[in-house]
Design a protein around this ligand. Structure first.
Ligand code: HAS
Length: 543
């Protein structure tokens, strides 16, 4: 890899890990708070209350870490998959500048306690305009980097007519397109509604319209987090377990499935919102069930790839192949454990999507329980697994303390089981999300056991994060260079991609279909809402 691109990617991954470091270390404070142990006073004057801590935790982990890491990983997979330099590098570098600015603005305003509005920043809670400008800058920067990746792909396609896009690049670029489409919602929200209102250019805002535009982006956002993990499970993991990808066509079809179905589903976050006509809730619920299908296809294809690899290495019986899967490699164990956890997170998602069941769990601790299995494990633990070869590859040093790295994957897995079990259970008992349980107002004797599990989970996760960063820092700070270049474990498919049907590499029809579905899923309701705009909410500072 050329030094210019290496530095560019290293910078993004490094910043992403810095955000994760701060964001994730605040997690145990939340978890312990949920078991009524309030350690926030220890963090004064840096962080003055539970809500400020929760905002920093959510924004740094869910918005900053993910977006920076994904942009770096996408760039890596684009240039290495296509084996060429990044086109429009100046644009990408400017984009990175915007992202850094966004990170600084959002981070500073949160630490100054001027933006304690949580990661969903629902108006009429009102933060300083610099917070919103920071988040907008982060997104605009990611668009620019995305355009540069897409230009690289377009140039490659022009020079290689009829050749299938390498899967590793295809998956990432579908995700880049998904991101460009999905962020139109939040882009309009920020530029038309929130920033003018935060700057006091408009006296009041429409709270419901804000929520609708937020969730326009908010749900495809979760697939934007998930798809790089799927890219790794499809394109890298099979090689890491000494096998091959079971089906190249199924992998491609599932990426296209995500592109077309993941955006027009946002109302499943608003089943309980008055003001959204019920017919739209039904349409989005139906589409939500369709977006589950590519995940089931992924479960089938990835597990088939793993099973064949395990059997080739002598695994017998129904499950005997599982023990043959290079569990000692921390990158492999991180991804396998992520997949196992995601199975349960995904089933929880299907429960959430069912209108009547949603009413039982909405706004309870069940929901953070769900998203710690999905984004905080399927995504984050997979990204951690990727860094176990990517950081060595970028730094040209071998992974240091691999046993510590391995231990971090297992402790993350175990910690998350305790934490999420506690949170799901508490939610079923009616405990609300986003409240400080250490205050007397939120208490019930039946909550105490699941609260204890949540706290224990948080403590184990603190150990996991510490072990992870020890191994990563030991690698970065090591003075020893690797004897040979560290390989990128790109997997081959069992049947050559040249046999994959050509329509699975036609980009335009899929993109057009995705746009049409977004127009159907959101067009009429947005026209109606913008036509009857109800800007009556002044801003409130509730902290
Ligand atoms: Fe979700 C709320 C529905 C997936 C994240 N979700 C959230 C929130 C977040 C989030 C952050 O319908 C909270 C937002 C907030 O703050 O209010 N979610 C779903 C559905 C899916 C789903 C149907 N969610 C995700 C993913 C996320 C994520 C992925 C992040 C990455 N979610 C909802 C709904 C709500 C919601 C409602 C609103 C709740 C409310 O009322 O507030 C599906 O896409 C899930 C499909 C997945 C599967 C699993 C397939 C299994 C696989 C594993 C294979 C195993 C392997 C391992 C490879 C069906 C692929 C093998 C290993 C061996 C050792 C053999």
């Amino acid at each position: 890899m050329i030094n210019r691109e290496r530095t560019f990617i290293t910078f993004q991954v490094g910043l992403a890990l810095a955000a994760l470091l701060v964001g994730t270390l605040l997690g145990p404070f939340q978890a312990l708070e949920h078991s009524k142990i309030d350690l926030y006073p220890l963090l004064k004057p840096l962080i003055s209350n539970y809500y400020q801590g929760l905002t920093i935790h959510g924004v740094l982990n869910a918005l900053v870490f993910t977006t920076l890491f994904i942009m770096g990983f996408h760039t890596f997979c684009t240039i290495n998959g296509l084996n060429r330099r990044l086109k429009w590098f100046g644009l990408a570098a400017t984009g990175l500048g915007f992202m850094v600015l966004g990170f600084i603005l959002a981070g500073t305003t949160m630490f100054l306690n001027q933006a304690t509005v949580l990661y969903t920043f629902y108006p009429p809670m009102k933060a300083t305009p610099w917070f919103y400008i920071g988040l907008t800058s982060l997104i605009v920067g990611s668009w620019m980097i995305g355009w540069s990746q897409l230009a690289t792909l377009a140039e490659w396609k022009k020079e290689n007519p009829g050749v299938k896009t390498p899967l590793i690049t295809m998956g990432c670029m579908v995700n880049t397109i998904l991101w460009q489409l999905a962020t139109l919602g939040i882009g309009i929200q920020m530029l038309v509604l929130v920033i003018p209102w935060a700057l006091n250019l408009t006296p009041a805002t429409d709270a419901l319209l804000n929520r609708v535009l937020f969730w326009f982006t908010g749900h495809p956002l979760v697939y934007f987090w998930l798809l790089p993990a799927y890219v790794s499970w499809y394109s890298l993991l099979p090689r890491q377990v000494e096998g091959k990808l079971f089906s190249d066509p199924l992998a491609r079809l599932s990426f296209w499935g995500f592109l077309i179905f993941s955006t027009p589903v946002g109302f499943h976050h608003q089943f309980a919102d008055p003001g959204v006509p019920v017919v739209w809730k039904y349409i989005h619920a139906l589409l939500t069930f369709l977006v589950v299908i590519p995940s089931f296809m992924t479960a089938f294809t990835v597990i088939a790839s793993l099973e064949r690899a395990g059997r080739k290495k002598g695994g017998t019986g129904l499950f005997g192949w599982i023990s043959r899967l290079n569990w000692k490699n921390p990158s492999v164990s991180a991804q396998l454990l992520s997949g196992l956890i995601f199975f349960f997170g995904g089933i929880g998602g299907i429960i959430n999507a069912s209108g009547s069941l949603n009413l039982v769990i909405h706004n309870t601790t069940w929901v953070p329980g769900h998203f710690h299995l999905t984004v905080a494990t399927a995504t984050t633990l997979t990204f951690m697994g990727i860094t176990f070869w990517l950081v060595p590859h970028l730094s040209r040093k071998n992974l240091k303390l691999p046993k510590i790295a391995l231990a971090s994957t297992w402790t993350w897995f175990i910690g998350m089981i305790f934490f999420s079990l506690g949170m799901h259970w508490l939610g079923l008992l009616g405990a609300p999300r986003r409240v400080p349980f250490s205050t007397a107002s939120y208490d019930h004797p039946s909550w105490h056991l699941p609260q204890a599990l949540t706290g224990i989970g948080g403590a184990i996760l603190l150990v996991a994060a510490t072990l992870y960063f020890i191994s990563i820092f030991a690698t970065i700070l090591s003075k020893e260079k690797a004897a040979a270049p560290i390989e990128i474990p790109i997997a081959e498919a069992e049947i050559e991609p040249s046999h994959t049907p050509a329509w699975l590499d036609y980009w335009k029809p899929w993109i057009i279909l995705a746009i049409i579905l977004v127009i159907i899923g959101y067009g009429p309701i947005l026209i109606q809402m913008f036509g009857n705009i109800n800007a009556v909410s002044p801003g409130f500072k509730v902290w």
